[in-house]
Ligand binder design. Structure first.
Ligand SMILES: Cc1ncc(COP(=O)(O)O)c(C=O)c1O
Length: 456
C-alpha cells in the first residue's frame, strides 16, 4: 500500500532523516512506555518534557502561552470545552453555557458537547466553506461563552476567518478557541516559506486558546497533542483535583489519569530530533506536493477540488460516484477517506498530504484518471439495491437499535466475515442515503459487531 503523498500511514522512507528519526524516537518511546505520567513529581523528567513541548508549541504559534500535553486532538478539544464550561459558571454566572461553531468544525466538539452535556450551536459556512461570521453572531445569546474557528477545518482544508471570529468574541467578552489540531504545526512553516497564510495564532487579538497536535504534522508518535491558553488563569478551569476520599491526592490536568509517559517522551525526542530546519524542509515537500496535486486535479476531466486548500488537506469531488472512485483508488494502492455528502456539498475523497513523494504525484493523478474512467464504464452496483429500496419506505427515525441490527443482516454487512460482502462504495452509498442520526446508530452497530469476541 502506498502511504504517500496522500492519506496514508506515516512518512516512512520518504526522507532519510525521518528513517533515522524513527529509530531514536522508538527508543525513547519504549524507555518511557511503562512510566506513569499521572504524577510529574514521581518522574520529574516527564514534567520537564511537558513544559518543553508546550513551550515549543506556544512559541511556534507566536504566543506567551501556557499549555498541557494531551493524548490527541479530541482530548484537547474536550478540555477546551470543559474549561469554557467551568469558566462560564465561575466567572460569568452562566449555569448552562453554550458555544458556537461552524458546521465544519471537527466532530470532537460534538463529542465534547455530548460527554460534558454542554450545548453547541452549529452554524452554516459561507459559499467559500469558511465560517460565516454574521451567522455566528446571530447564534450568540446571553448563555454563549465561546466561539470556535478551525485552522484549517479537516473536511475541505480551508481556514476560518479567525481575526473576525476572535474580534467578535472579544467584543462580547467571550472565549475564542482555534482548532489548529491539524494545521497548527504546518501553517507557521508554510508562512516562513513565503506562503500567504491567513492569521490564526496568538498574534490575533482575542484568541484565548489553541489546540495543536504533535501526532499529526509534527510527525510524533500517536497520543500527542497540546492545548494552549494565552491566560494561565483560564487554564486552571481545565484541571481537576479531588481529595475527599481516603486514597491518594487526585490532581489531573487531562482526562486520563494514569497514562503512559511514552507519547510525551517520544514527542519531546522527535521535536528536538527533527528541529526547526528539519520541519521547514518537510513543510516545503508538503507544500510542493499539495500545490502539485491541486494542479493535477484541475487538469482531470470529471474531478475538482471542493475548495482551493489553505493548508495540506484536499477534498476531491468527482462527476462519477466518489465512493466508487475511492474503492478503485484503493485497488491501485491509494487509500483515501471517503467523505459523505453534506446538505448541498458533494461526496468527496479526502487527501491528507504527507511529506515527500512529491515525485509520485503524477502516478497518483494517473491512478485517479484511470479510476474515474473505470467507474464511468462500470455498471451501477446492485448488491444493496433491495435494502436501499426497503429503507426508502421505512420510518427510519423510529427504528430501534434491534431493528436496525436486522437491517444490517439483511444487507449482509458482517465486518468480520471472510466472504465478500457489499463493497465499501455500496456501504458508503447506503450510509449516505440515511438521515445522519440513523446513520450514526448504524455505525454504532457496525462497531459493536466488529468488536465482539470472535466465535472460534
Ligand atoms: C481539525 C481537527 N481537529 C481535531 C481532530 C481530532 O484529532 P484526533 O484524531 O487526534 O483526536 C482532527 C483530526 O483529524 C482534526 O483534523
Amino acid at each position: 500500500m502506498h502511504s504517500l503523498p496522500t492519506a496514508g500511514e506515516s512518512a516512512d522512507g520518504v526522507l532519510s532523516r525521518l528513517n533515522e528519526l524513527k529509530k531514536s524516537d522508538g527508543v525513547v518511546e519504549v524507555a518511557y512506555l511503562w512510566k506513569n505520567a499521572l504524577d510529574p513529581t514521581a518522574y520529574p523528567s516527564l514534567g520537564r518534557f511537558e513544559r518543553d513541548v508546550t513551550a515549543i508549541a506556544a512559541s511556534h504559534l507566536r504566543g506567551d502561552a501556557v499549555g498541557s500535553f494531551t493524548s490527541g486532538g479530541t482530548e484537547s478539544l474536550m478540555l477546551a470545552v470543559k474549561t469554557m464550561r467551568d469558566w462560564a459558571r465561575a466567572e460569568k454566572g452562566i449555569s448552562r453555557p453554550n458555544f458556537v461553531m461552524p458546521v465544519t468544525a471537527h466532530p470532537a466538539f460534538m463529542k465534547a458537547s455530548h460527554y460534558l452535556d454542554v450545548e453547541v450551536r452549529r452554524v452554516p459556512v459561507d459559499q467559500n466553506l469558511r465560517a460565516d461570521v454574521p451567522a455566528i453572531e446571530a447564534a450568540i445569546d446571553d448563555s454563549t461563552a465561546m466561539l470556535v474557528g478551525s485552522s484549517p477545518g479537516y473536511s475541505f482544508g480551508v481556514i476560518d476567518p479567525i481575526p473576525e471570529i476572535a474580534a467578535l468574541a472579544a467584543s462580547r467578552g467571550l472565549l475564542c478557541h482555534v482548532d489548529a489540531c491539524i494545521g497548527g504545526w504546518l501553517l507557521p512553516l508554510f508562512r516562513e516559506l513565503g506562503a500567504d497564510v491567513p492569521p490564526f495564532d496568538f498574534e490575533v487579538d482575542g484568541v484565548t486558546s489553541i489546540s495543536v497536535d504533535f501526532h499529526k504534522y509534527a510527525l510524533c508518535a500517536k497520543g500527542a497533542s497540546c492545548l494552549l491558553f494565552r491566560d494561565p488563569a483560564l487554564r486552571r478551569y481545565q484541571f481537576f483535583s479531588f481529595v475527599g476520599w481516603p486514597g491518594y491526592v487526585l490532581l489531573n490536568s487531562t482526562i486520563q489519569s494514569t497514562k503512559s509517559g511514552g507519547p510525551l517522551a517520544s514527542a519531546w525526542a522527535v521535536l528536538h530530533h527533527i528541529g526547526h530546519d528539519g520541519y521547514l524542509e518537510i513543510a516545503r515537500h508538503i507544500y510542493d506536493a499539495t500545490q502539485a496535486i491541486v494542479e493535477e486535479v484541475h487538469g482531470i476531466d470529471g474531478a475538482r477540488v471542493v475548495a482551493e486548500p489553505d493548508a495540506s488537506l484536499i477534498a476531491v469531488a468527482t462527476d462519477v460516484d466518489a465512493f466508487a472512485v475511492s474503492d478503485a483508488m484503493g485497488r491501485r494502492g491509494w487509500r483515501h477517506f471517503p467523505q459523505l455528502s453534506y446538505e448541498d456539498l458533494p461526496r468527496s475523497i479526502h487527501l491528507t498530504v504527507l511529506p515527500g513523494n512529491v515525485e509520485r504525484v503524477g502516478e497518483w493523478a494517473a491512478a485517479l484518471r484511470e479510476s474515474i474512467d473505470e467507474v464511468a464504464a462500470a455498471p451501477e452496483p446492485t448488491g444493496l439495491a433491495a435494502v436501499k429500496s426497503a429503507v426508502k419506505s421505512m420510518d427510519l427515525d423510529s427504528l430501534s437499535f434491534d431493528q436496525l441490527d436486522q437491517l444490517l443482516d439483511m444487507a449482509g454487512i458482517d465486518p468480520l466475515a471472510d466472504s465478500d460482502g457489499p463493497s465499501m462504495a455500496e456501504m458508503n452509498d447506503l450510509l449516505d442515503s440515511l438521515p445522519p442520526a440513523v446513520c450514526a446508530k448504524v455505525l454504532t452497530l457496525f462497531l459493536d459487531r466488529m468488536t465482539r469476541p470472535s466465535q472460534s
